[in-house]
Every structure is written in C-alpha cells, then in structure tokens.
Ligand binder design. Structure first.
Ligand code: F6R
Length: 226
C-alpha cells in the first residue's frame, strides 16, 4: 500500500516538502542526492531555517562528493548545525559503516526517509541483487548507474564503488517518500510498486514500508493505472 501524490513541474517540490508539515520540528530526515530531489531542496530553501536532523543515504567511496553536494544544497542554507548532520562515511575504514549505523540508532532512526529511484530499480546505491536484510556497506556500482551519474560532475569520473545504507537500514525508517520524475522511470516505478517483491528490483522492498508516499510527476506515474 502506498499513497500517491501526482505533482508536475513547479508543484513537485512543494508536494514533497508538504510531507514535512506533520513532523516534529526536530524530526530526523534521510536525504538522497541526484536530479530528482532538486525541486524539494529548492522548496525547503525557500521555506527557510529548520531544526531537522539530516542523515545521508549514500556516498561515493573515497570522495565525499555527495556530502559536499548536500551541504551546499540544504545543510548550509537551512543553518543545520554540525551535530544535526550525519554524513555517510566516504572511506572504507574498518568499522565505518557499523559506526554510521550505530550513530543512526542513537538518533532513534529516521522519521522520514526520502529516496530517488534508479532506472534499474536501485534505491540508495542498493543495486539489483541487494537483499532485504542488507545493511550499510560498500557496494560496486553497475555500469548503467555509473553512466547515469556521469552527468552530476561532468569533469570528474564516477568512482566504481559507493557506500550506501542497506535495504534493511532504509526499511527501519518510520516513513518513506519515493520521489520520481520523468517518463524514463515509469516502467520501473510500476514494477517497484505493483510487481513482485524481488532483489532484482530493490525498490520493490518498499512494499514493506510501514508508510510509503510516492511523489511522482504524471509522466513517471503513467504506468500505475488508476
Ligand atoms: C543518490 C541516490 C540514488 C538516486 C537515483 C536517481 O543519492 O540515492 O539512488 O536517487 O540514482 O537519481 P536521479 O534522481 O539523478 O535520477
């Protein structure tokens, strides 16, 4: 079961941002990077300063690029202090992933985890084959994901590996919001929400979410039927 909000163009960011209205002021939010959430972050910047705690979803291995991106897009503009921002480790130091999970547990977990959707069904960087009980770990990006991400930083090659919250970690959030834009994601969104739950489509594990809201534009929602 999921709740679907269809929002096009300028309505997309406000529709996603409105999900925060029912949360406590210091709610813990999990945040993705990528193209899809840009209107959400623009809207949150427009709404101004907040007391949220922010948790990263994933990061490239060896380069804290997504952390820098999130700091610029939302952490700094909203005035979130350092102690309210939980970065994903960019180094494969022993225990780094376990330490991230421990800190997330200390924070009480995410109240609302925002997610984008990969064209191959990934959430975070849980590529096809990722299991339901996977935890925060180092993963290898598929060539398709590396190609899709090449546009984020055109002058810097995409690292082969990343660090991501696992599916099991993501599912521990109390609520999830899947953000999806564009016709190219319509088929995979339908497979994730209406198809069988399978590690071949990692986003299908969101069918186990305790509360899933999908914010999609009409092009992405075209495969969902009524
Ligand atoms: C990035 C992330 C990825 C993206 C996905 C879609 O932090 O978690 O799962 O959400 O690759 O990327 P865009 O939004 O650029 O299409």
């Amino acid at each position: 079961m999921y709740e679907l909000h269809i929002a096009d163009a300028d309505a997309f960011g406000p529709a996603a941002a409105d999900l925060l209205l029912g949360l406590l002021p210091d709610a813990c939010l999990g945040l993705p990077t990528g193209h899809t959430p840009l209107p959400l972050y623009a809207e949150l910047r427009r709404r101004g300063a907040a007391a949220w705690r922010l948790v990263m979803l994933d990061e490239y291995l060896g380069e804290a690029r997504f952390q820098a991106w999130l700091r610029e897009a939302i952490v700094a503009p909203l005035g979130i202090p350092e102690e309210r921002f939980l970065p994903m480790p960019a180094a494969a130091a022993p225990g780094a992933c376990e330490d991230f999970e421990r800190r997330l547990r200390t924070w009480g977990g995410c109240d609302l985890q925002f997610l984008g959707l990969g064209a191959n069904g990934h959430i975070g960087f849980n590529e096809p084959g990722s299991e339901r009980d996977s935890r925060t770990r180092v993963v290898t990006l598929t060539p398709a994901t590396a190609r899709a991400n090449a546009g984020y930083w055109p002058n810097a090659p995409v690292p082969e590996q990343a660090v991501t919250q696992g599916i099991g970690t993501i599912l521990e959030a109390r609520r999830h919001c899947l953000l999806v834009r564009g016709a190219a994601k319509a088929a995979i969104l339908a497979a994730a929400l209406r198809g069988p739950v399978t590690s071949a489509v990692p986003a299908s594990f969101l069918q186990f979410s305790p509360a899933l809201t999908v914010v999609a534009d009409s092009a992405a929602a075209a495969g969902l039927g009524r």
